[in-house]
Design a protein around this ligand. Structure first.
Ligand code: ADP
Length: 230
């Protein structure tokens, strides 16, 4: 069964901005999917619909077998617990240590302190940041800050990891390391959906590419490239 399904999904922002236009698509467990397209194509809207930050104007979205439009208010945290998110600008809290930044994702779920320690240490080890746990974000390089943000996103062992331009603020060598990390996380079973403008990265990874343009799905190719010559 597919992990994420969009059935004829449209999103219209008031009064008449068509951000997504009749999108149908399935993403299976364990896939790595790039979401590409020019600015304004609808990538962020697509991502926000998956974790129900937005609701579709038309159509249906199923995540993990559940119609997410029908979730009750008290069921939304359960959906979000299964989705980790990473952004271009890291979004770490500057007055908290790296350990505390990762722990936040668990504290909101009222996890016991001992379990928090075990899980945070495991996540930091997975991203190669065990030695920086007591440091603060400004003491880390951009690549390390993004690793910390990835640790925060995966500490709960989510089924889905969404990355919105995760390499947008990083140099090519650091970007390559982040991509390696995302690929490792994917190989451990997490489905990864990554919006990106970085053509070289998309071309090198040879993963599924879903291309949006002005809200429409214009291409969906296995082992695809950022764009094709006509
Ligand atoms: P992308 O992430 O590919 O740049 P977006 O999903 O952010 O695309 O935007 C798609 C379209 O929807 C754009 O025309 C954008 O201006 C519009 N849009 C996005 N969010 C909103 C919003 N909250 N209200 C109104 N229009 C929006």
């Amino acid at each position: 069964m597919s992990l994420i399904q969009f059935f004829n999904v449209s999103k219209i922002y008031t009064p008449d901005i068509v951000a997504l236009d009749n999108i149908s698509l399935k993403i299976d467990k364990g896939e790595f999917v790039f979401l590409v397209g020019p600015s304004g194509a609808g990538k962020t809207t697509f991502i926000r619909l998956i974790f129900r930050q937005e609701i579709p104007s038309k159509g249906q979205i199923i995540v993990g077998g559940r119609s997410i439009a029908r979730l009750k208010r008290n069921e939304i945290p359960y959906l979000r617990r299964n989705i980790g998110i990473v952004f271009q600008d890291f979004r770490l809290l500057s007055d908290r240590s790296i350990f505390e930044n990762v722990a936040i994702a668990l504290e909101v779920l009222e996890t016991a302190p001992r379990e928090i320690k075990i899980k945070v240490e495991k996540a930091l080890s997975q991203v190669g940041l065990s030695s920086k746990a007591r440091m603060f974000p400004h003491q880390l390089s951009g690549g390390e800050q993004q690793r910390a943000a990835i640790a925060r996103a995966i500490v709960n062992n989510p089924r889905i990891l969404i990355a919105d331009e995760p390499t947008g603020n990083l140099d090519p060598a650091t970007s390559a390391e982040i991509m390696k990390l995302l690929e490792e996380i994917n190989h451990l079973g997490t489905t990864v959906i990554m919006a990106s403008h970085a053509q070289d990265i998309v071309n090198r990874m040879k993963k599924r590419v879903v291309a949006l343009d002005r809200g429409r799905l214009v291409r969906d190719s296995r082992e695809g490239e950022y764009s094709y010559e006509a």
